[in-house]
Write a protein that binds this ligand. Sequence first.
Ligand code: FRU
Length: 495
Amino acid sequence: MREELKKARAYEEEMEKQIRPEDRPMFHLSSRVGWMNDPNGFSFYDGMYHMFYQYHPFDSHWGPMHWGHAVSRDLLHWEYLPCALAPDEIWDQNGCFSGSAAVTDDGRHVLMYTGVIRRTDEDGTDVDIQTQNLAFGDGVNYEKFIQNPVIDGSMLPQGGSFHDFRDPKLWRMPDGSWRALIADNHTGHGGWFLLYRSSDLIHWEYMHVMAANENRIGLMWECPDFFELDGEHVLLGSAQDMLPKGFEYHNGNGTFYLTGDYDPESERFAEKDNHSIDYGIDFYAPQTILTEDGRRVMIGWMQNWDTCNLHTKSTPWFGMMSIPRELSMQNGILFQTPIRELEQYRCSPVERKNIHLCDGDLRINGIRGRTADLEIELWPADPSVMYQRFAVRFAQNEKWRTGVSFRPHESTLKIDRKFSGSRRAVINQRRARVNHDRGRLKIRLILDRFSVEVFVNDGEKVMSAVIGTELDADGFSFFADGDLYMNVTFHQLMV
Ligand code: FRU
């Protein structure tokens, strides 16, 4: 084992002891120490779910990328394993960027990741050379393949860029051959996702473009994933530098999914439609797996590139993953629900039906805490007189609150974390258009100390946001402008 990896492993083991479990999320995976971004190598191997992540153990800010590693049996309880990859070879000397994992015929865990070499141009600008590389392991220790890289810039189609060529998604075809879908920048046109094939994982061949931005959704595209779901094909991606598009896409970096027709013969994908994956503030670079029992489950990085550097250097850990979300396709829309395993950890229930709320605020006894699962169903008291606004506030005390509010006349749901500890007036609110049947709406909130994930109408839309306030801001309140009824089911979560 090289010095760099030894150093990272020794450091994380020592420094982790200084972080109290109660200062982390209870059931969302957070960085063992230092910085975390994208989920990587999300896979099932040797009886365990493995999650790797973009990792800079030595600092709570982004730096030379390592791969952190954790395992879980249920995707809720995670155990850290030693750092899996460090940037210690000529092909990845400036970083082991994102990638994926699979299992070989002879039972090895294989990681495919992007190696970065950074060069300074004559005019002083930094440019990357990005290539795709392999590492084989036993679930704990990984050895980089000595003939790396296996895919490099010489295998790009005309117009491709080896400066932005990353995040391979690796999978197996029914005939045993391999595919890798890789993000690249089509110079002048924005990102595109390129498909490669191999019979032995070592020798690769470029096939074709699976999907192309053509300057529609942001600039560079990153972190592809591709799978079949409920008889349809879905392509996930993350886009940099988006411009807003109605309520669909927001300014900055965000996620999208493409639906379309996939032809198994030609392996081409004809895109039909696109939407955001998450309509909140903090969600990026998701990956999926198929669980043993056939569920497609997605986890994303619950952060935002525009705000992730506002914390101080002394923060011991930074970055966490979303709740694992079960995916389904319903009428061309990607539905997401919190993984069902979470339900066994519900306790201290408070259930109230037909609560009448008219022009005012309500607190309900027993509804309190920062690890919670709250379900709300709303409807107007008189269907012919629509209420103006409904809001639920949480992580609340005299000073702080985080909230979600619904305006049926506009059909918009807004998430607001302006009073959630943010030090900057940047991206603290977002609105999404939601479907409702004359003011009838369902909302489910999952709170885990430093985050909230809002599932609307049984998962038709999701909004995620991190929360920065002290944990004693743990109150809830319900507000109506107008006259409405609601059912409320509340549970504490003790995972
Ligand atoms: C996405 C991303 C990836 C890259 C990684 C680097 O968040 O930019 O494209 O591999 O982060 O940490």
